[in-house]
Design a protein around this ligand. Structure first.
Ligand SMILES: Cc1cc2nc3c(=O)[nH]c(=O)nc-3n(C[C@H](O)[C@H](O)[C@H](O)COP(=O)(O)OP(=O)(O)OC[C@H]3O[C@@H](n4cnc5c(N)ncnc54)[C@H](O)[C@@H]3O)c2cc1C
Length: 434
């Protein structure tokens, strides 16, 4: 019987194993070092905040794996030998494979800052990071978070619930300004400040200084400002975790290089999820790194089919993402750049509270809608995607905006206000909501 070995029990590895099992009796082993069982990484913050217990993070009961004949090995793999088709574990034992999947996820970026290895300096990625955070935040009163992204804001919220004063150091003009247009980024920035957190924009970390016990005592910014703190949270993004394959025959770039079938350069070796770099088949187009939960899941599904002999290209389809900035929900569908781009226009509406907004991006020539950003209002994912796919015009979308609203009952609706702003800005239009 063929043996499929998967390194990494995150959403990618586990989805792949589940889908292989649905269609095949092949022997499946998942090896993972971080935890015995698969858990929801996206919900890690809720454990620290006391909303959930560790056990609540497990999407499957512990009996699931045995019932589905998926063997779990809780260990780190130390080397991969593709000539002899086996992997070595930290205890020295080896496991042979017929087919191998590398789904080793990401690691926190560290940019070689002086003091980045001091006690009290850490990232937020793994279960062990949350345990370390528990230790590192005992009796502390001030933390500095370096890097403004989706993990940074989660860390800020986590610390805030423990009454720890938070200072963010953000390189851009606004929080997450490298992704969000200035208006949306400014909503997030204001919201952070209103929650009592300190936000230092256009500011970078220069150095982290220790106390006499080797613990962080303060940081120094590139502007020479000294900020006393007992924790430094490093959240300036992540990179593919490819340590394991760096010295093997498996080709790597930024991640493990794979084609659109998620195959590496070595026969029977595949990679997917956060650690994979998908080579572009179009000349001049950049390879893709996709470091999201849902893309890991989709890649895991496609990979399972390819392992079983199909030839299915991975195609993510229309981009989407959602997140939460403290208590403001954010969704994005399609493509919304952080600044204006040639050939594109955008309509932007913001509620007077400064907590809700809607941006719709469309092409200048045909006025086809290509992207949505929405804060504080929920829009139906499937409908927005359909409109983008069907190349609906901005006018059509405006008139039908009500259909897209997905807010709970009794929430205030804003479509009238939105369309009236659109009509004002487009003087010849007199669109009416359907
Ligand atoms: C705090 C946080 C919040 C997030 N929130 C969101 C969100 O809201 N929405 C979203 O889309 N995405 C979110 N993400 C990103 C998302 O969690 C990741 O994209 C996803 O978990 C990646 O899945 P994966 O299976 O590719 O890798 P991982 O989940 O990283 O799993 C890989 C596993 O492989 C193990 N491993 C690595 N090397 C070895 C080795 N040598 N031997 C054995 N095991 C090994 C790792 O320890 C790890 O357990 C968040 C991430 C974090 C850290």
């Amino acid at each position: 019987m063929e043996h499929l070995v998967i390194i990494g029990n995150g959403i990618t590895g586990v989805t792949c194993a589940r889908h292989v099992r649905k269609n095949s009796d092949m022997k499946i082993t998942i090896i993972s070092g971080e935890s015995e069982h698969f858990f929801s990484r996206t919900a890690l913050m809720y454990v620290y905040m006391g909303h959930m217990k560790w056990g609540n993070l497990k999407p499957y009961e512990d009996w699931f794996w045995k019932k589905n004949k998926i063997e779990l090995v809780h260990a780190f793999v130390t080397s991969v030998d593709t000539d002899n088709k086996n992997v070595k574990l930290e205890n020295g034992s080896t496991i042979s494979y017929d087919k191998l999947v590398i789904a080793t996820g990401s690691q926190t970026n560290k940019f070689g800052w002086p003091g980045q290895e001091l006690q009290g300096v850490q990232g937020l990625y793994s279960m062990q990071d949350v345990e370390l955070l528990e230790e590192n935040t005992k009796d502390i009163n001030h933390a500095v978070i370096v890097g403004g992204g989706l993990i940074g804001i989660e860390l800020g919220e986590m610390l805030h619930t423990r009454n720890i004063q938070v200072t963010f150091l953000v390189r851009e003009n606004f929080y997450w300004g490298n992704i969000l247009p200035p208006e949306e980024a400014s909503i997030v920035s204001r919201h952070i400040i209103e929650h009592g957190m300190d936000l230092k924009l256009n500011t970078q970390l220069k150095e982290i200084l220790p106390d006499e016990n080797g613990r962080v005592r303060e940081i120094i910014t590139d502007k020479g400002e000294e900020i006393p703190c007992q924790l430094v949270g490093l959240t300036p993004g992540v990179h593919p975790n490819i340590d394991l394959v760096k010295n093997t025959k498996i080709e790597t770039g930024r991640g493990v290089l794979v084609n659109e079938y998620l195959e590496t350069n070595i026969p029977d070796v595949y990679s997917a999820g956060d650690c994979a770099e998908i080579k572009s088949s179009i000349d001049g187009q950049r390879n893709k790194l996709e470091q999201l939960w849902y893309t890991g899941k989709m890649q895991g599904e496609v990979l399972a089919q390819n392992i079983l002999g199909s030839k299915i290209k991975y195609d993510r389809g229309i981009w989407y993402n959602s997140a939460k900035f403290l208590d403001i929900e954010y969704q994005t569908y399609g493509f919304v750049a952080n600044g204006s781009r040639e050939g594109e226009e955008s309509f932007y509406w913001e509620h007077h509270s400064g907590k809700k907004c809607l941006r719709i991006v469309y092409t200048s020539n045909k006025r086809n809608v290509i992207g949505f950003n929405v804060f504080g209002i929920r829009l139906r994912h499937k409908l927005c995607e359909k409109w983008i796919k069907e190349k609906r015009s901005i006018e059509y979308v405006m008139e039908n905006l009500r259909d897209a609203n997905f807010d709970p009952e009794f929430y205030t609706h804003h479509e009238e206000e939105v369309i009236s702003k659109f009509n004002k800005e487009n003087s010849k239009k007199n669109l009416v909501l359907k």
